[in-house]
Design a protein around this ligand. Structure first.
Ligand code: FRU
Length: 491
């Protein structure tokens, strides 16, 4: 093992045991110590789910990128494993950037990732590299890199060439990676290999051409419900309508991959998540064929705003099952979460007017579904609330919008704290499912038609939930506490 990886593992061994479970999220992955960003290598290996992530163990700031590592049997309870990679070879000496993983027929777990080499502040080269391992320890391939700038189409960028996502089809491996075209805007490139070592460029799957941000990071391409789906995370997005958030945003293109040109037709296009904290999602297939996505629950624009006292920075979303229906991406929390539901409370036809709480409906780690109907103009749910704090979810019927306002949720007012998005009632009903954990709130509208993720850093004692309406809303409530481990130990 290299000195750099040994140092990271020693650091983890010295510091992780000191971190009380009570300061970590209960069912959302963090690094435990240090900084994390993008999910990487989300894959099934030897019957378990593995998740790696961009990781700087030594501080709560982004730094030379390592890969941290956790695994799980059910995508909810995660076991921490030692850091998997450190920047320690010539090809990745300045960082092991994002990438993906695949189980090989010979029993090895292969990681494909971006190796970064910097020559000056403005001169940097990114190439795609391999490592092979057994689910705990990984060896970098000595012939790295395996995909370098020589394979790029004309005008491609050697500097912004990253985040390979791998899959197998027939007797070939395929990988998509983000790059910049000659005009400086994002392209998604497809490569093919028979042996993981020798790769060929196959096609430009999609290109920004100046629309939807510039560089497109962290692509993933998969088949779902008879469509091809490309997800990617554009940088420098310009806010347009209520769909795309400014800066680092997310984009989903749904269409068909032309079998001859291997370019994606863009039939439908949307943002992936309507919250303030969601980036760089990646997917994998479960054993029973579900396409599951996990994202970094964070906005690059507010990385300096998290509270000082926490030992970690950055968390993942809950893993979400994906479907495509009527040209839209549908996302719902993985069904495994339901095993951790406790203390159900159901209420039907509660009439909501002035602000009120409902008996037993409170807490910070919960799964709450509301069905709304009746004669009302707007409805307001306040959660993670005490006398000074709250996160407000407001539905305005006239405008068909939901607005989430976390101005009083533990953040400084200077960062972006409010986001609105459009929703549609179904037969006069609106269904909202809210997942809370110690530092997050994820909202799913109408059985996954929209998802919206937010970090919140309200004190843990702020567990009140209230409801209010203009007019009279008729509310059905289905409430559960989430209890993730019997011994009360969170990851
Ligand atoms: C996206 C990203 C990736 C890159 C990684 C570096 O958040 O910029 O493109 O591989 O983060 O940490």
């Amino acid at each position: 093992m290299s000195d750099a990886l040994q140092k990271a593992r020693d650091y983890e061994a010295a510091h992780l045991p000191e971190i009380p479970a009570a300061v970590l999220p209960v069912y959302h992955v963090t690094g435990g110590v240090g900084w994390i960003n993008d999910p990487n290598g989300f894959s099934r290996y030897q019957g378990e789910y593995h998740l790696f992530y961009q990781y700087h163990p030594y501080s709560k700031q982004w730094g030379p990128m390592h890969w941290g590592h956790v695994k799980s049997k059910d995508l909810i309870r995660w076991e921490r494993l030692p850091a998997a990679m450190a920047p320690d070879t010539e090809a990745d000496r300045d960082g092991c950037f994002s990438g993906s993983a695949i189980e090989l027929e010979d029993g090895r777990h292969a990681l494909i990732y971006t190796g970064v080499r910097k020559f000056s502040d403005t001169d940097e080269v990114q190439t795609q590299c391999l490592a092979f391992g057994d689910g705990v320890n990984y060896e970098k391939y000595e012939g790295n890199p395996v995909i370098d700038g020589s394979l790029l189409p004309e005008g491609g960028s050697r500097r912004d060439f990253r985040d390979p996502k791998i899959w197998r089809e027939g007797d070939s491996f395929f990988a998509v990676a983000g790059d910049r075209a000659a005009d400086g805007t994002g392209t998604i490139l497809l490569f093919e290999s028979k042996d993981l070592i020798h790769w060929e460029f196959r096609s430009v799957v999609a290109a920004s051409k100046g629309r939807y941000g510039r560089m497109w990071e962290c692509p993933d391409l998969f088949r779902l419900d008879g469509n091809h789906v490309l997800i990617t995370s554009p940088q420098e997005m310009v806010e347009s309508g209520l769909d795309f958030i400014e800066g680092n945003s997310t984009l989903c293109l749904i269409g068909t991959l032309n079998p001859y040109t291997l370019a994606l037709s863009e039939e439908w296009l949307q943002t992936i998540d309507y919250g303030l904290d969601f980036y760089a999602p990646q997917t994998m297939l479960t054993e029973d064929g579900r396409r599951v996505m996990i994202g970094w629950m964070q906005y690059w624009g507010s990385v300096d705003a998290a509270p000082e006292e926490l030992p970690f920075f950055g968390q993942m979303t809950v893993p979400r099952e994906l479907r495509v229906k009527n040209g839209r991406l549908i996302q719902n929390p993985v069904r495994e979460l339901e095993r951790y539901r406790r203390n159900r409370k159901r209420m039907e036809c509660e009439l909501i007017t002035d602000e009120t709480s409902l008996p037993g409906i409170s807490g910070r780690c919960l799964d709450l579904t509301l069905t709304l109907r009746g004669d009302y103009r707007s409805f307001r749910l306040c959660a993670v609330k005490d006398s000074e704090h709250e996160t407000v979810i407001r539905y305005d019927r006239k405008w068909s919008t939901i607005t989430v306002d976390r101005l009083k949720s533990g953040f400084a007012p200077e960062i972006r704290n409010v986001r609105s998005f459009r929703v549609q009632e179904r037969g006069g009903l609106l269904k909202l499912r809210l997942l809370l954990d110690r530092y997050s709130l994820e909202l799913f509208v109408n059985d996954g038609e929209q998802a919206a993720s937010f970090t919140v850093y309200t004190p843990q004692s702020a567990g009140d939930i209230t409801f209010a309406a203009e007019g009279t809303a008729v509310l059905d409530v289905d409430f559960y506490e989430l209890e993730v481990s019997e011994d009360g130990k969170a990851l």
